[in-house]
Design a protein around this ligand. Structure first.
Ligand code: NAD
Length: 247
């Protein structure tokens, strides 16, 4: 085990309130392409303004739904990896383990984590564009566009699109968890999407130890107390193995 990993393990052993702040990179090894940085792909085939904005949905809801149904298809074919699984397993070892994620793929939940805040929504939910009611619809397919069972409004993916506000309840819960944290792992995020990245900078002021895990340095590296360079599944398998070994 290298020195940085040993340092992370020491911090982990003395922590009671641990947060995983995750981005697309944690799911890259499961087979879901990232947006920026190493492991990017899928998104390069699309212009974001055509599929991930409220204006795009107003203009062409079918194109937007087709894009998200395609992403669901990909997400259904993949499995959580060792990094997702580590945080689910650690819920049984530490007093509190929470996940604050920018991802919409549902892999933390699938891995078994129970304390999750999804800052940017979920691929697996739809929301009524008129009354705001959300529903989980894991097996959605459609020939006609989906409509709300309550008010008849057009359903849209429950994703926070570019130019939209994050859900205030999600923000509050995520911030509370991050303020209380002794240790925050910042994993697989380029740290350029706001306000998400500001949560990490804010938590630092409340005294959390920040350990960043990434294959390359990012816009948040300067905030980190420790930088663990490498693939997240490998780093968290090592930490998980070490934490469960008797000392
Ligand atoms: P990003 O695409 O901007 O950055 C990905 C980061 O992950 C990069 O810093 C890259 O170096 C790193 N990375 C790649 N492979 C890695 C690995 N194996 N281990 C550790 N790090 C690795 O991702 P972001 O910061 O999350 O911002 C993208 C936005 O797009 C988010 O808002 C997110 O909602 C959305 N998005 C989500 C998914 C998903 O749900 N899986 C996928 C793509 C994009």
């Amino acid at each position: 085990m290298d020195t940085n990993l040993k340092h992370a393990l020491e911090e982990l052993k003395k922590s009671k309130h641990i947060i995983a702040f995750t981005g697309a990179g944690i799911s890259q090894e499961s087979g879901i392409p990232t947006f920026r940085g190493s492991g990017g792909g899928f998104w390069r085939n699309f212009r974001l303004e055509e599929v991930a904005t409220p204006q795009a949905f107003l203009k062409n809801p079918r194109l937007v739904w087709d894009f998200y149904l395609e992403r669901r298809k990909l997400a259904k074919e993949v499995q959580p990896n060792a990094a997702h699984k580590a945080f689910a397993a650690w819920e049984k070892i530490f007093p509190f383990v929470g996940v604050v994620t920018q991802n919409i793929d549902g892999l933390h939940e699938q891995a078994g984590s129970r304390n999750i805040q999804e800052l940017h929504g979920s691929l697996w939910r739809s929301k009524c564009s008129r009354c705001g009611k959300t529903v989980q619809d894991l097996n959605l397919t459609y020939s006609e566009l989906p409509h709300c069972r309550d008010c008849g409004g057009l359903m849209r993916p429950d994703i926070v699109w570019f130019g939209e506000e994050l859900n205030p309840n999600t923000i509050n819960q995520a911030l509370e968890w991050m303020r209380k944290a002794d240790l925050i792992f910042v994993i697989g995020t380029s740290g350029v999407v706001e306000p998400a990245a500001s949560f990490v900078r804010g938590a630092k002021r409340y005294g959390a130890f920040i350990a960043e895990v990434n294959v390359e340095e990012t816009a948040l590296t300067y905030v980190a107390d420790l930088f663990l360079r490498g693939k997240s599944s490998e780093i968290f398998s090592s930490l998980s193995e070490a934490i469960t070994q008797p000392t």
